[in-house]
Design a protein around this ligand. Structure first.
Ligand code: ADP
Ligand code: MG
Length: 438
């Protein structure tokens, strides 16, 4: 089965072509730079960017896969959870193409797709004689500048691989651009340490923002290997969610717990903001923490010893805020900023790792998986690896390029579901912005 998947749930526009478990292309256009100015994702701006970028991104994915729309057997898109006006764009576009091509369409839960993304591997000999590229991730494809493609209005031009999507753009949402004022959280550090923090930001390479390139052009194609599937406890950690899920068998799962307030990624981003780091602060904290001492400052480990699988990170954020209020000079000292990053990161990672291991032991599974943007964090990856080794668990971490929002994981799950007839595809479906995993 050859399938085109679209993902527009938040701040990344992504399109992927998947065939029989292999990812022929996975194109991502990130809006990180745009939203950084506002300190977080501005929904109206996100929607405008999706509208502008969806067709070029979809064309790029089809071209990369050397697939024409007529060769598609099915369409898929993220149905939820996410920002309503962002979801609508990819979801309705995919439905329109499915309608035009008279092919099945399936709407996918973004988090359910994360659950299976750790089973996608990098290395598989290309059946196409080494002509295709692998997953497009990393900086090379994360930037708009890499898309040297005309804008959707010109999509009737000869050779447009997605002619039926022109109509989608014509009936696009009427989203007006009204710049939001930057959300102003009063910073205890305001005015202090600005130069130190700014120079530290320059040291921290921007490369981790989008993870690593998962495939090498002409050599490898990433593929989903469910032959090795085993029941697992899955940690999903992103900017908006923190979830522990028991995946009993393929397409069968049960949520064990989640955050009762802030998500882990939100905690990274908001504590970083208190330090004066730009949005999203997670990757920068990761880099700066490498130069710091994780035991330098003692921050709380919320809910660590509670007998449940829930998380809470807002108290940790507050304690960093009070800590900075009481130690304002700390931001003038490079070493101490790095120590602070390492200490905050250690608190978040310890809670995530210990609660994941405890849940896996209790549920009697032998495998742990992790996905979502925060799974790019090197301390989290290392600590999960160490803890799994110590406790005899198999660990499967999603490839970094598949941790943040991407259409490849949507396509892989969509194909599994269509093949298993797990849900009846329908063109009448609507988006579900608040669609939580059950
Ligand atoms: P969402 O779609 O919910 O915003 P994503 O899956 O796109 O989440 O992940 C983005 C989140 O991941 C942000 O909060 C970002 O700070 C965090 N993140 C990305 N890389 C890292 C890292 N190396 N360390 C910590 N957090 C990270
Ligand atoms: Mg995102």
């Amino acid at each position: 089965m050859t399938l085109l998947a679209l993902e527009t749930s938040c701040d990344e526009t992504s399109a992927a072509v998947v065939r029989d478990g292999q990812i022929l292309s996975n194109t991502v256009s990130s809006q990180i730079k745009l939203h950084a100015e506002y300190g977080g994702v501005v929904p109206e701006l996100a929607a405008r960017e999706h509208l502008k970028n969806l067709l070029p991104v979809a064309r790029a994915a089809l071209a990369e896969a050397k697939i024409s729309p007529a060769q598609l057997d099915a369409l898929a898109a993220t149905r939820g959870p996410g920002l309503a006006i962002a979801l609508l764009i990819g979801f309705k576009a995919a439905q329109a193409v499915a309608f035009a091509l008279n092919k099945p369409f399936i709407g996918i839960n973004h988090h359910e797709a994360h659950l299976y993304s750790p089973w996608i591997q990098n290395a598989s000999p290309s059946p196409l004689g080494g002509e295709r590229a692998g997953v497009r991730g990393g900086n090379a494809t994360a930037q708009h500048s890499t898309f040297n493609i005309g804008h959707p209005t010109s999509s009737k031009a000869a050779g447009s691989p997605v002619p039926s999507m022109v109509n989608v753009e014509c009936s696009a949402l009427n989203v007006s651009h009204k710049p939001h004022p930057s959300p102003s959280i009063p910073l205890p550090s305001e005015g202090r340490g600005k130069s130190e923090v700014a120079s530290l930001c320059a040291i921290a390479s921007p490369s981790p923002l989008r993870g690593e390139r998962a495939g090498v052009r002409g050599e490898l194609l990433p593929f989903a290997d469910f032959s090795k599937f085993q029941p697992n406890v899955s940690l999903i950690v992103s900017g908006g969610h923190t979830l522990l899920v028991l995946v009993e068998s393929e397409l069968k799962h049960r949520v064990l717990g989640g955050t009762i307030d802030d998500a882990a990624g939100e905690c990274f981003d908001k504590t970083g903001k208190l330090m004066g780091l730009p949005y999203p602060a997670g990757p920068l904290i990761d880099k700066l923490a490498e130069l710091g001492n994780p035991a330098a400052f003692d921050f709380p480990r919320p809910l660590l010893h509670d007998a449940n699988d829930d998380f809470s990170f807002s108290g940790l954020k507050t304690s960093v805020r009070y800590f900075l209020r009481d130690h304002p000079a700390l931001l003038d000292d490079r070493k101490q900023v790095c120590d602070l990053c390492a200490s905050v990161q250690a608190a978040i990672v310890e809670v995530l790792v210990k609660k994941t291991i405890r849940a896996a032991k209790r549920e009697g599974v032998r495998c742990i998986t992790a996905s979502g943007g925060v799974t790019c964090n090197s301390a989290l990856r290392n600590e999960l690896e160490r803890a799994c080794k110590r406790n005899g668990f198999t660990l499967r971490l999603a490839e970094k390029s598949l941790c943040t929002d991407n259409a490849a994981m949507i396509g892989i799950l969509a194909e599994r579901k269509l093949l298993a007839n797990a849900s009846l595809p329908s063109l009448d479906e609507e988006i579900r912005p608040g669609w939580e995993l059950a």
